[in-house]
Design a protein around this ligand. Structure first.
Ligand SMILES: [Mg+2]
Length: 381
């Protein structure tokens, strides 16, 4: 495959509401109300047009990457992938140059390759990534700021799995405990986005209390680069017959991280195609987990729908055995801000993948133009 033209855009779609990830050491981490990120569109020699996004956040508070840095990097390396023959998604990433880390940046290019490749091979993207189930069970992710009433409204929408963002506070614990009591059968989980400190006794007591709630999982309570203490926490739960199950998100960036987590007894991994470096690595991780009896599900980065279609494709893989965080178009973006022609519609707690060549959800050029703040084109000649 050869890319003739690469168009990159700094885009700033507006979210329905700013999305707080919770505080770390008193610092708020808020995504939005503008979700700034980078859109990539490429045209291949055979005339196929691919799409992908670099789903970085505005500031390096989820992982060390950020959109302003990614945009600068792109100016320097974007032309490396244009006008050259490339055999697979690994090669497009190699062409970028010797970049350490920066998985979200690399994922944009790996996913762009798969997006074009599915069209060129005339197959649905989900087939290309080993998918089978055309119906994907999905859940919703509710911000930390949501009141119990707002959470109840989301439950009423038909989601079987509800995730609530939490921080190291007894108030957050009480809110979740209350929901647990009202809905004992709901697949209820919490995501702490690394906001608990393993050296803080209060924090660890709150985690132990969350562990007793029989939640579906407790996602990434401790630091983003600390697999070891997550393993220790899980082993403490096992030893004390506490039903808490740890899921890792931020900590899993490589196959090696995955191996450490699985060997340490972590029972669940959240696979984000952006965080791990794109669809090909996500596929390998899912297959690795599947063979080790570890559960996986697919998470998101508040990405626009044509990119959600990439996550949806990998979520059809038979190794993905828990509901994924893909909640359809209207949940996060304001009207007229999500650059997609036809919305991704939920059917209760499910989304049906389209059986058409490529990703299945087309880019709306007018909306894309409206949310574009900067634009750069690399041409083969
Ligand atoms: Mg998470």
């Amino acid at each position: 495959m050869r890319i003739e033209t690469l168009e990159a855009r700094l885009i700033k779609p507006t979210l329905v509401k700013a999305f707080p990830l919770g505080e770390v050491k008193g610092h708020p981490r808020i995504v939005g109300p503008q979700r700034d990120m980078i859109a990539l569109q490429a045209e291949s020699t055979n005339g196929y047009r691919g799409w992908a996004t670099i789903d970085t956040l505005p500031f390096p508070f989820y992982n060390p990457e950020s959109t302003f840095e990614a945009w600068e990097l792109l100016q320097r390396v974007g032309r490396n992938v244009v006008g050259v023959d490339m055999g697979d998604a690994e090669e497009i990433v190699d062409r970028l140059g010797p970049i350490v880390g920066h998985n979200i940046f690399k994922a944009g290019f790996a996913n762009l390759f798969f997006d074009i490749d599915a069209q060129a091979k005339d197959v649905p993207l989900y087939r290309l990534v080993g998918g089978m189930n055309r119906t994907v069970e999905v859940g919703i992710s509710i911000p930390k700021s949501a009141s119990p009433e707002e959470i109840e409204r989301q439950i009423a929408q038909g989601f079987r799995r509800i995730k609530i963002k939490v921080g190291p506070s007894y108030d957050d614990f009480k809110k979740v405990a209350q929901i647990r009591q009202t809905y004992p059968l709901l697949l209820l989980m919490v995501d702490a986005n690394s906001s608990f400190d393993h050296n803080n006794g209060d924090h660890m007591n709150i985690l132990k209390a969350f562990g007793e709630l029989n939640l579906l999982m407790i996602e990434q309570p401790l630091a983003h680069d600390d697999i070891r203490h997550h393993v220790k926490l899980q082993q403490m739960f096992y030893r004390n017959q506490i039903p808490g199950r740890i899921c890792l998100d931020e900590s899993i960036e490589t196959i090696d991280h995955m191996d450490q987590a699985i060997k340490g007894g972590i029972p669940i991994i959240n696979i984000k195609i952006a965080r791990v470096g794109g669809l090909p690595i996500a596929k390998r991780m899912i297959e690795m987990a599947e063979s080790e009896g570890v559960a996986t599900w697919v998470g998101g980065m508040l990405e626009p729908t044509p990119s959600k279609a990439h996550s949806l494709a990998i979520a059809t893989h038979p190794g993905v055995n828990l509901p994924s965080d893909i909640s359809g178009t209207a949940a996060y973006f304001k009207e007229g801000q999500d650059p997609v022609v036809e919305p991704m519609v939920r059917d209760g707690g499910y989304i049906h993948v389209k059986d058409v060549p490529g990703r299945g959800w087309d880019v709306d050029k007018n909306i894309l133009q409206n949310i574009t703040k900067s634009f750069i084109v690399f041409k083969s000649k």
